[in-house]
Design a protein around this ligand. Structure first.
Ligand code: FAD
Length: 137
């Protein structure tokens, strides 16, 4: 198994209903592929972890990367894993716009900014640490 963690920037305004539409499809597809993970959204930026069978995760990521609802897709980590961090979530989701950020350890203002692809690359460790705070095991 592998995991891929990436960051990207939305190209459209993601209302709650657009996010729910995206998630509905993602959960349905991921369930069929046995891919699990988490999607975070804040200030027009996405952070996502996808985990599961290597070929399935790579193929899914290639599809997601081409989705024109986001750009500047930057891979922050791609690694082999023995165990999933989000085994029970076909795609967990947190909209950090409406999330009590005081609950986020080491809160970083990158959540408030619209970052460029290059800047995402520079803060990979912080994004990974943020995602890990939501893990279910
Ligand atoms: P279809 O059955 O043809 O579904 C396509 C559907 O996707 C459309 O009906 C529509 O609801 C939606 N859609 C696609 N493109 C657009 C668009 N430009 N504008 C509006 N709606 C559109 N997919 C997953 O399967 N798993 C994921 O974890 C996942 N995560 C994503 C994370 C992000 C940040 C983004 C932007 C997309 C994500 N997607 C995910 C969606 C993915 O990019 C594909 O749109 C989706 O997998 C297509 O599903 P399908 O092959 O079943 O195609």
């Amino acid at each position: 198994m592998i995991r891929i963690i990436y960051a990207s920037s939305a190209t459209i305004e993601f209302t709650e209903s657009k996010l729910m539409q995206l998630l509905g499809k993602a959960r349905q597809n991921n369930g069929e592929l046995d891919v699990s993970g988490l999607l975070l959204y804040a200030k027009g930026n996405f952070f996502q972890i996808l985990e599961g069978d290597e070929q399935k995760v790579d193929a899914l990521f290639n599809k997601i990367e081409q989705d024109d609802r986001h750009v500047s897709v930057v891979v922050l980590d791609r690694a082999e894993i023995k165990k999933r961090a989000f085994p029970n979530w076909s795609m967990g989701f947190r909209n950090l716009e409406s999330f009590d950020r005081s609950q986020i350890r080491g809160y970083n203002d990158f959540l408030d900014r619209k970052l460029t692809a290059e800047e995402f690359g520079d803060i990979g460790d912080e994004v990974i640490s943020l995602i890990n705070q939501f893990r279910t095991i």
